[in-house]
Design a binder for this molecule. Structure first.
Ligand code: SF4
Length: 356
């Protein structure tokens, strides 16, 4: 059974523009990530691993390393294999092969291939246009830093491009009840911080901020210089306040369905575990083991007492019987379950993890 152990909080020396939004939603999550050396306590979705491979390919295309379909196919297989090896190392071999475990794997590959530039689209070697991919930018005080996917610099214009392998927009409901699509706020803020980082290094702001998705659609982010400055300062203040919360022990956690659902540090979060005692909307449960039953087919069920409620979790393999039975009257937390049709009944999945 897994144990979280004692949490030793560490100051966060710097954050990346992409981390800012997550820290804003729950600063405690960033502190937990730092104290666990960014090593998640729960399996990351297989989509994230494919996403890393896809992003790497986009980078290689932008750099001109991948020039044709043969290069593409070779690099694609290599990157996917690399991610699968990572998964094996972390004990998550149940996600392999990624091709079978990621929705729309084939479609994503086809879309990615569209990024291969036709000869006519390739940037013409020119002394006035400079392409820099995966370029590191950091603020003067080094508190905010990150790699920008692509910077295109011309004499009178600079474009910052960030590639996204997932959805860039989300549907929003306006006051009249009409649904419209808008670029995700986290991406807008991320790009505006990049713009400020660019300004700190070059003494001028970029003229265009763009997001490009897998289907090669480009989204333009409208911005002003003062907006970029305000968000940049906000990020620095947030980092300072988050670090200060370690010594004051006044942690800012924000347990909610949106924030916690995909948080990979839930097993270590006392705020979340407390929240779980009254909110049954999650696929995680926490409670005292009151009974463990092994059925004739070998399946094991565990019955938990959670406040006023009794929770049943079915579908554990036989080998879990002793581990669970030896812990009767002890509290356990079980993550990544599937909710069954009957209320307060859950079943184990291949990503289920138990923490004591
Ligand atoms: S589980 Fe929720 S409250 Fe706890 S750190 Fe993660 S996001 Fe924050």
């Amino acid at each position: 059974m897994n144990r979280v152990g004692k949490i030793v909080f560490k100051e966060i020396s710097r954050i990346s523009p992409s981390q800012f939004y997550s820290m804003k939603n729950c600063a405690y999550k960033s502190l937990l990530a730092e104290s666990f050396y960014k090593k998640p306590l729960l399996p990351v979705s297989p989509n994230a691993y494919l996403g890393t491979a896809l992003h790497k390919i986009l980078e290689l295309i932008a750099k001109g390393v991948i020039k044709n379909e043969d290069d593409f196919n070779k690099a694609f297989d290599e990157q996917v294999k690399l991610q699968e090896e990572n998964l094996i190392k972390m004990g998550y071999d149940f996600f392999i092969p990624l091709q079978k475990n990621v929705k729309d794997f084939g479609m994503k590959k086809i879309l990615l291939k569209k990024h291969l530039r036709n000869i006519s689209e390739r940037p013409v070697a020119s002394s006035t246009i400079k392409f820099s991919s995966e370029k590191w930018f950091e603020s003067k005080d080094k508190l905010i830093a990150g790699k920008i996917d692509l910077v295109i610099e011309e004499e009178q214009a600079t474009e910052i491009i960030d590639f996204k392998t997932g959805a860039i927009t989300q549907d929003i409901l306006d006051d009249e009840g009409e649904v419209f699509s808008e670029i995700k706020e986290e991406y807008k803020e991320q790009l505006k911080i990049y713009a400020y980082l660019y300004f700190e290094t070059n003494d001028k702001f970029p003229t265009q901020l763009s997001l490009v998705d897998l289907a090669k659609q480009k989204f333009n982010i409208v911005f002003t210089e003062s907006e970029c400055n305000i968000i940049f300062e906000e990020a620095k203040q947030l980092l300072k306040a988050t670090n200060a919360s370690i010594s004051s022990e006044k942690f800012v956690a924000n347990p909610s369905n949106t924030n916690c659902k995909y948080c990979l540090y839930r097993p270590a979060c006392s705020f979340f575990l407390k929240h779980l005692e009254t909110d049954y909307s999650f696929n995680d449960v926490s409670g005292l083991i009151i009974n463990v039953v092994k059925y004739q087919n070998g399946n094991v069920s565990v019955f938990l007492n959670c406040g006023e409620m009794e929770i049943t979790v079915t579908g554990f393999p036989t080998k879990k019987f002793h581990e669970l039975n030896d812990r009767r009257n002890e509290k356990i937390n079980i993550f990544n379950l599937r909710k069954e049709a009957m209320e307060f009944v859950y079943s184990a999945t291949k990503t289920t993890i138990i923490y004591e």
